[in-house]
Write a protein that binds this ligand. Structure first.
Ligand SMILES: [Zn+2]
Length: 405
């Protein structure tokens, strides 16, 4: 596979194609990006169907994207990631006309584990061991509710972590998927464990996260769930629904899912009347298609959990009254159901039994990590990723890019 991909690259290398690695400027919209780069908006936006148009709204400022140009500096391809799984691909086809599609992001996942001891505080110890601010933040936010590190940490207290990290272009991207984090304080181990339901628990099966309201629209029915990436067999294209839709009558109040600060309040073409709220620990929630905002809501305003912020409507690209509710962690869309607060915060019965097995398995691995003083191997021969010609895409599988060592 790799060899084939490499061969496909040759025409590009020979034709002196050039790749620009860029960061999406704050305030730039997909449409303004097209016009700035003299790309035609009719085939690349106006002729797209609603789902594709909505995906262009998911581009976030600061995301790394790439433009491939030919020897005359004409744009051949553009790749803009919109989530962990999908990226927007603008390209010139064999007839020299521009096309748009959503294609999978190529990444490799590394399973990482290590132990370290604290010199001054957990953050710097983890950063020193991993060189990853993301790993550091995953650890700190996991214990946020249960431990006050500034009060209890002593020098030489040990830490153990097990997590998966995605890499793209040889660099970590997106948040690590933490499986185990342990720390020993005053001789006693504290741990958080990833359960089979992808939620976090302490060793006794008490949930440690879960800060969002169960339902931002009371009594509403979920009309469409969260899908990170789905291949549509009839349309022959990738689809994603990066949020949950709650169907409810026009005018039904919308409640802030958690306490936070309003960072956006505007009319968007795709999402209609749109509110974004920033919460603690890198979380953000999005409320789209509102009929209207509640009076007094504005950017910079702090809201309480459960406070009414607006009313259900069908503004923007919407087929009927509903709330599109999105949850993002460090700008990446995640399934809101993973951090929705549940009423039963403790595992019971068969679920508890199953969880105890998970705890046993991770604790055993943690012992091994401690015994061998395992460190993260930071060899630098990570994969590099390049483009291939569009007509060589394998749309069902690996999509856009060639991965080679
Ligand atoms: Zn939706």
């Amino acid at each position: 596979m790799r060899r084939i991909m490499l061969l496909l690259l040759l025409p590009l290398i020979l034709s002196a194609a050039k790749v620009d690695y860029l960061r999406w400027e704050s305030g730039m919209t997909y449409l303004s990006f097209l016009s700035k780069n003299d790309l035609p908006s009719r085939p690349l936006y106006w002729n797209l169907d609603r789902e594709d148009q909505i995906l262009t709204e998911e581009i976030y400022s600061g995301v790394g994207y790439q433009i491939l140009r030919d020897e005359n500096s004409t744009i051949e391809q553009v790749l803009i990631p919109i989530s962990d799984e999908l990226q927007l691909h603008v390209y010139k086809d064999n007839n020299n006309s521009y096309k748009f599609e959503a294609i999978p992001v190529i990444y490799v996942t590394k399973h990482l584990s290590f132990t370290t001891t604290i010199q001054s505080n957990p953050s710097s110890a983890i950063y020193k061991a991993t060189h990853s601010k993301r790993a550091m933040s995953a650890f700190i936010s996991g214990f946020r509710k249960s431990i006050n590190f500034s009060l209890h940490v002593q020098k030489d207290d040990p830490i153990v972590m097990i997590y998966d990290q995605k890499y793209r272009f040889g660099k970590p991207f997106s948040m690590p998927r933490l499986q185990l984090a342990k720390i020993r304080l005053h001789g006693k181990w504290h741990g958080i464990y990833l359960g089979a339901d992808e939620r976090y628990y302490d060793a006794k099966g008490h949930e440690v996260e879960g800060f969002l309201l169960g339902n931002p629209v009371k009594g509403a029915r979920i009309s469409s769930g969260f899908t990170r990436r789905r291949w549509h067999p009839v349309l022959h294209k990738y689809r994603a629904h990066l949020g949950i839709d709650y169907a409810a009558p026009r005018g039904t109040p919308i409640h802030a899912a958690g306490a936070g600060t309003i960072i956006e309040l505007r009319r968007s073409r795709s999402y209609g009347n749109l509110t974004k709220i920033r919460h603690a620990d890198g979380y953000m929630t999005l409320y789209a298609h509102q009929k209207k905002f509640r009076a007094g809501m504005r950017r910079g305003k702090r809201v309480k959990k459960g406070e009414v912020i607006g009313y259900v409507g069908t503004t923007g690209l919407s087929s009927g009254p509903h709330l599109h509710f999105g949850l993002y962690k460090h700008n990446r869309a995640i399934n809101p159901r993973s951090v929705i607060q549940v009423t039963t915060k403790k595992l019971k019965g068969a679920k508890r039994k199953q969880f105890q097995e998970i705890v046993k398995r991770y604790d055993k691995e943690a012992e091994a990590i401690l015994a061998e003083n395992r460190q993260i191997d930071r060899e630098s021969d990570f994969d590099t990723v390049c483009y291939v010609k569009h007509d060589k895409f394998d749309t069902q599988g690996e999509g856009d890019a060639a991965v080679r060592k």
